[in-house]
Ligand binder design. Structure first.
Ligand code: IPM
Ligand code: MG
Length: 357
């Protein structure tokens, strides 16, 4: 029986980039069945909701979701629960995708693209493991209320709740320790334990889990310091594990170290090998439909899909090697353009990768 892959292109450049990733997967001639569903603004236009029921149903049936991007300034005025971002948050929650893997890997041919000095970033290979279904993103209560008394009486006040249960911390910690075991065996847990109770529990729990992984060297870092160390000496890091909010911020920072956010894939996993795979960049509505977007992050997400949901390392490696090769051959989309290279569009980059497979 063929393996069901749900394809959710979403908004902006989503369509173009997922199309290239699907073409690359098809070129591998594996037994995959692709079924498309609408998400984000596109789904709101068609069905009045950014995450329609049929999209959720398809996601649950599929072994993996290949996701493009959601969002457009057009939807900024919509109430929060109808904004395109709710599609991705909803899928994470519905599928229980608690673990987000965000590699920040510098392709040697792109060392010049980083805003940091080449010697600071060359050879960079960090894996950020971000908890994805807890924290202040989903903590209740949250809302806007009218303050009853005190210096702010009568004013509107916004509030969100940072929450982590021990079991949530434990499961992401186990996953991060295991990821570190397959790499350089260094894990840095990032929190704000000098201020936040949630973070103190996080730190204590990660320490407790570390007893089971004596081969991994564990360190702890406050998030502000981690933000600084990431630009000072990023190569000191191997695997970073952190909560949802800190992970959101640090993973964008880490992505930028590599010079192009258009290059980086991500995987979001639950505990039954299902996953959602998406580039970490956004929908870039300003260049949508112009054959300009870099499809490599999505193509590399397809490689992660093969590795983590289909356990096909060999096919994943083939895609990653092909991407490496097209970069070495000098193919560049506009976001990673360099003097002397061959400027190509989205579709041509897809062609080049397929050729290099
Ligand atoms: C990300 C994005 C999302 C997040 C947004 C779109 C809700 O920034 O995947 O990092 O904050 O998690
Ligand atoms: Mg983010």
């Amino acid at each position: 029986m063929s393996t069901l892959i749900a394809v959710m292109a979403g908004d902006g450049v989503g369509q173009e980039i997922t199309q290239e990733a699907v073409r690359v997967l098809q070129a591998l001639e594996l037994d995959l069945e692709f079924v498309e569903a609408e998400v984000g603004g596109a789904a709101y236009e068609a069905h009045g909701h950014p995450l329609p029921k049929q999209t959720i149903e398809l996601a649950k049936k599929a072994q993996a979701v290949l996701f493009g991007a959601v969002g457009d300034w057009k939807y900024d005025e919509l109430p929060r629960h109808l904004r395109p971002e709710q599609a991705i948050l909803g899928l994470r929650k519905e599928l229980g995708l608690f673990a987000n893997l965000r590699p920040a890997l510098l392709f040697s041919s792109l060392a010049e693209a980083s805003s940091l000095k080449p010697e600071v970033v060359s050879g960079l290979d960090i894996m950020i493991v971000r908890e994805l279904t807890g924290d202040i993103y989903f903590g209740e209560p949250s809302g806007v209320r009218t303050v009853q008394e005190g210096p702010f009486a009568g004013e509107q006040q916004g509030f969100d709740t940072m929450l982590y249960a021990q079991s949530e911390i434990r499961r992401i910690a186990h996953l991060a320790f295991q990821a570190a075991q397959k790499r350089q065996k260094k894990l840095c847990s990032v929190d704000k334990a000098n201020v936040l109770e949630t973070s103190q529990l996080w730190r204590d729990t990660v320490n407790e889990v570390s007893q089971e992984y004596p081969d991994v060297s564990l360190s702890h870092m406050y998030v502000d310091n981690a933000a600084m160390q990431l630009v000072r000496a990023p190569k000191e890091f191997d695997v970073i594990v952190t909560g949802n909010l800190f992970g959101d911020i640090l993973s964008d920072e880490a992505a930028m170290l590599t010079g192009s956010i258009g290059m980086l894939p991500s995987a979001s996993l639950n505990d039954s090998q299902q996953g959602l795979y998406e580039p970490i960049h956004g929908s870039a509505p300003d260049i949508a439909g112009q054959n300009k977007a870099n499809p490599l992050a999505t193509i590399l997400s397809a490689a992660m899909l093969l590795r983590y949901s289909l356990h096909n390392d060999e096919a994943a490696n083939r895609i990653e090697r092909a991407v490496q090769k097209v970069l070495e051959e000098g193919y560049r989309t506009a976001d990673i353009e360099q003097p002397g290279c061959t400027l190509v569009g989205t579709a041509e980059m897809g062609d080049a990768v397929i050729q290099a497979l």
